[in-house]
Design a protein around this ligand. Structure first.
Ligand SMILES: Cc1cc2nc3c(=O)[nH]c(=O)nc-3n(C[C@H](O)[C@H](O)[C@H](O)COP(=O)(O)OP(=O)(O)OC[C@H]3O[C@@H](n4cnc5c(N)ncnc54)[C@H](O)[C@@H]3O)c2cc1C
Length: 461
């Protein structure tokens, strides 16, 4: 490393930005993380309300990246709680383990319906093995992966409700990069492949594991980013919370980022830097750059959109509500309900429990605002699912996320490419992570992306 060490500005203190800072500070670099949240972690944190911690959607760490996992365990020690994956899907009146397993399907679905699904899958596989079939949108991609009957019955309405747009208006990229395969379907595909009908059609994310150890804490998701933030500061880094980045200045002569302006406690402050790793939403980075990028890039950035989330954290006067860490629902106001107490969360009072009810929404709609009408609909659905009654709910806390999910709407790819290509023209700027890369990493993969961004900085300095 050349001396003096370059100063790295990390924009955003979610798992990606924090881990980039962790890698850099460990190597002796000067790092400042600027994060607009009041506590570290971004989406992967929890918020304290009336003595209880509410996750921004249940967040548990996977072990897949062993290097990162071991590092996190070394800094968290016994604050981290191992917990067995126990997720379920509510489907056609029954509960299925998530991800879907063949023997559960055989047990839960009547024979003729199952045959109908398999024939649909067979037809889709046959078609894609005979003729090149490039899916034009998410609807076609889902039919190619699962067949027409399963698409119609399971995915169509659910996808529409989740994203607020018809699967025909969603890009096929969404299916290939976000949707895990149904493991039962994978198995059937293996049989089809054995008799010569191979799946040449499209790639999708591998089936999630059925058995896995996840990691959580007594205070929920917030512990892990808090520990990483502490480790960064112990190694000499600076983490500034409540610091909203407003301007990223690029020197027109060198085309390099030279400083970042941010607002803290009502004051506008400037941070000079030699390198910049941005994990804030990529369109926001474009809007905040000074001088602004070419108009075509600004226009492209406007086409990059996110699906907001409204998470309802409920304190419930029952010791336990569901027999799982979380359950997915296809046709309710919510798409997932988690009970973090089942993963070790401390709840006050101890004979109560806490539910994390996840919904997608639009900014300003009733779910976003948490209107009484929205809450009543949620309570009614919870009651229909025998989770709890309206009277069991003691407190309700709403947590909003404007950029919950990158929205892969039809035709978004060239716009994203245009913006990413522009970022590449600025030699000391990287835009990475879930928001900055406009992708779907889990926490461990977001941290790996942060580590790679840090390594890129170290390589060139
Ligand atoms: C409902 C839900 C459940 C999930 N469950 C899991 C799970 O169980 N396990 C798992 O591994 N992953 C889970 N994830 C995914 C996980 O949230 C992401 O992998 C992770 O948050 C990505 O980290 P990131 O740092 O890239 O982005 P983020 O966490 O979004 O961090 C971005 C940061 O940028 C900051 N920021 C934005 N704009 C500015 C600005 N102008 N100035 C300063 N700071 C700014 C934000 O405050 C935030 O801290 C879940 C996601 C959701 C939505």
């Amino acid at each position: 490393m050349s001396s003096p060490s370059p100063h790295v500005a990390v924009l955003g203190g979610g798992p990606c930005g924090l881990y980039a800072a962790r890698v850099l500070t460990r190597a002796g670099y000067a790092v400042t993380v600027l994060d607009k949240g009041d506590r570290p972690g971004g989406l992967a944190t929890s918020h304290l309300r009336n003595g209880n911690w509410y996750d921004m959607g249940c967040h548990m760490l996977h072990e897949f990246d062993q290097e990162i996992y071991k590092d996190i365990m070394s800094i968290m020690g016994d604050e981290s709680i191992p917990v067995q994956l126990d997720a379920k899907i509510r489907w056609a009146g029954s509960f299925y383990r998530y991800p879907l397993q063949p023997k559960d399907m055989l047990r839960g679905i009547d024979f003729f319906t199952l045959v109908y699904y398999v024939l649909g899958l067979f037809a889709a596989q046959f078609k894609s093995s005979m003729v090149p079939w490039v899916p034009k949108n998410a609807e076609e991609a889902l039919i190619m992966l699962y067949g027409d009957p399963l698409y119609e019955f399971f995915f169509k309405d659910f996808t529409h409700r989740y994203w607020g747009i018809h699967p025909r208006e969603l890009s096929a990229t969404f299916i290939t990069t976000k949707m895990p395969r149904l493991s039962a379907v994978d198995m059937i595909k293996k049989y089809l492949a054995k008799i010569g009908i191979k799946d040449r059609a499209i790639q999708a994310v591998d089936s999630a594991l059925h058995e896995e150890t996840l990691h959580y804490s007594r205070t929920g998701a917030e512990a892990m980013p808090r520990f990483i933030s502490k480790a960064v500061q112990a190694a000499g880094g600076v983490v500034v919370q409540d610091a909203e980045v407003e301007r990223v200045s690029i020197d027109p002569e060198t085309n390099r980022v030279t400083s970042v302006r941010y607002r803290k406690d009502g004051m506008e402050l400037e941070l000079k830097c030699d390198e910049c790793i941005s994990t804030i939403p990529i369109p926001h980075l474009v809007q905040r750059t000074e001088p602004p990028p070419p108009e075509s890039v600004q226009a492209a950035a406007k086409e990059i959109r996110y699906k907001p989330i409204a998470i309802y954290g409920l304190l419930v006067n029952k010791p336990k509500c569901i027999d799982a860490l979380y359950i997915y629902y296809r046709d309710r106001m919510f798409h997932r309900v988690g009970e973090p107490k089942n993963a070790g969360l401390t709840v006050n009072p101890p004979d109560h429990t806490l539910l994390i009810v996840e919904t997608t929404c639009e900014i300003g709609d009733e779910k976003w605002l948490g209107t009484d009408a929205a809450k009543e609909k949620i309570y009614a659905d919870l009651e229909l699912e025998n989770i709890c009654t309206r009277d069991d709910v003691v407190e309700a806390h709403l947590l909003n996320g404007e950029t919950g999910y990158p929205l892969f709407s039809l035709g978004f790819e060239p716009y994203l490419d245009a913006v990413k290509d522009w970022v590449k023209t600025v030699p000391n700027l990287q835009s990475v992570g879930r928001q900055g890369g406009f992708s779907y990493p889990n926490m461990h993969s977001a941290m790996r992306i942060g580590a790679k961004a840090a390594e890129a900085v170290m390589k060139r300095s």
